[in-house]
Design a protein around this ligand. Structure first.
Ligand code: FE
Ligand code: FE
Ligand code: FE
Length: 162
């Protein structure tokens, strides 16, 4: 019978997040292409580069655990990305298109923040402080991105969307 302890849960969730980051990396070029304002495009471009580094960090964590990098389908991110695609289509060409784009991006960041936060806590509990630190680097990037997106929305995009 497979283990059902915290270590097994950590590994399962790591695989889930690895899959999620791969899906996000795939979705980012379309989001960059869809951004109309220079500020938003450059925020997305920066985060696309960070996402590649985050994938590398997850591979480093697998390596520390003696596991090979592997994903398991994350229904959460698939749903969030599907919703993002839908809202982008629905508001294409409209005044509020970029507001919709930012909202979609922030829902992705919030999912990631939840996951990295949980995995960091579990890594600490499992006596893996080095792993916790690696995960925290990515957690900080997700949180910074979320904040930057809020600023871009509140300082410009929301007013232009009316
Ligand atoms: Fe990420
Ligand atoms: Fe998931
Ligand atoms: Fe992110």
């Amino acid at each position: 019978m497979p283990e059902k302890n915290l270590e097994a849960l950590f590994l399962h969730s790591l695989k889930d997040l690895y899959f999620a980051e791969q899906q996000i990396a795939k979705a980012m070029p379309a989001m960059i292409g869809a951004a109309e304002s220079q500020e938003l495009r450059s925020a997305f471009e920066t985060h696309a580069r960070e996402t590649q580094e985050q994938l590398r960090r997850l591979e480093e964590v697998f390596d520390i655990l003696g596991e090979k990098p592997q994903g398991v389908p994350c229904e959460g991110i698939l749903g969030i990305l599907k919703e993002a695609e839908g809202i982008m289509k629905a508001f294409a060409g409209g005044e509020a298109f970029e507001a919709a784009l930012i909202a979609a991006a922030q829902s992705i960041e919030h999912y990631e923040i939840a996951r990295y936060g949980t995995l960091r806590a579990w890594a600490k509990q499992l006596g893996l402080p080095d792993v916790a630190e690696i995960l925290e680097e990515s957690l900080d990037e997700e949180a910074d991105t979320d904040e930057i997106l809020t600023e871009i929305a509140e300082e410009a995009i929301n007013q232009e969307s009316v």
